[in-house]
Design a protein around this ligand. Structure first.
Ligand code: SF4
Length: 207
């Protein structure tokens, strides 16, 4: 099967860069494995992610009384930012990724940078959930797709009003106040072996 072959190739390339990889057939398998791997008493935080929403993992953690830092429950913007800072000290951080290059590098675009910060430094353990559709090509291609397609789609999802992308559907490389593309990150290797586990899921997930 094409997806399994691709996953096997990318797994080797990710592992060479100190990323741990778990290949999962579908989102349910990824969810069950994550629930098994996260000890019940550990604190969990998470970044904004359509993949996580589609997996329904956060509510499963909350249902089993896991300590969860949930910024979506903040009463105002100040508390939301405090929770995002606290997330950097969580035991586990859950997120997705905007793109994985065929060389095995992780590509992300972030607004305030909390997600990228947590991935690169902070929580001792990071779980990254990625549908196989997030493998776009070499690094240059991946950056172009994440900037040119993923980011404009997120702008629509977040209901931006002023940016060129919501007027044309294309990235205008803007510097608007509303811009959500403030940090462009390439993680080419993990300094700490196996700190980051990538759940490579053999179905389409996220945008
Ligand atoms: S840089 Fe600006 S125009 Fe481009 S996708 Fe981001 S918000 Fe839209």
């Amino acid at each position: 099967m094409y997806q399994e072959k691709l996953a096997a190739t990318i797994t080797k390339r990710l592992e060479r860069r100190n990323f741990d990889v778990i290949v999962c057939q579908n989102r349910q398998e990824a969810k069950q494995k994550a629930l098994t791997l996260i000890p019940a008493e550990k604190t969990v935080a998470f970044g904004g992610s359509m993949t996580l929403v589609e997996m329904d993992l956060i509510s499963a953690l909350e249902e089993r009384q896991q300590p969860v830092i949930n910024r979506e429950k903040a009463k105002d913007l100040t508390e939301r930012h405090q929770l995002m800072k606290q997330s950097l000290l969580a035991d586990y951080y859950l997120t997705s990724v905007n793109g994985i290059s065929e060389e095995g590098m992780l590509v992300n675009i972030d607004n305030v940078g909390n997600r990228v910060a947590a991935m690169t430094y902070g929580p001792d353990k990071v779980f990254v959930f990625a549908g196989i559709n997030k493998i776009y090509g070499d690094l240059e291609t991946t950056l172009a797709i994440v900037r040119g397609k993923t980011a404009p789609q997120n702008s629509f999802r977040l209901n931006l009003q002023q940016t060129p992308c919501v007027k044309t559907g294309l990235c205008g490389d803007c510097l608007k106040e509303e811009c959500i593309c403030n940090i462009v990150s390439v993680m080419r290797r993990s300094a700490l072996p196996k700190r980051i586990t990538i759940f490579l899921i053999l179905e389409e997930l996220g945008i």
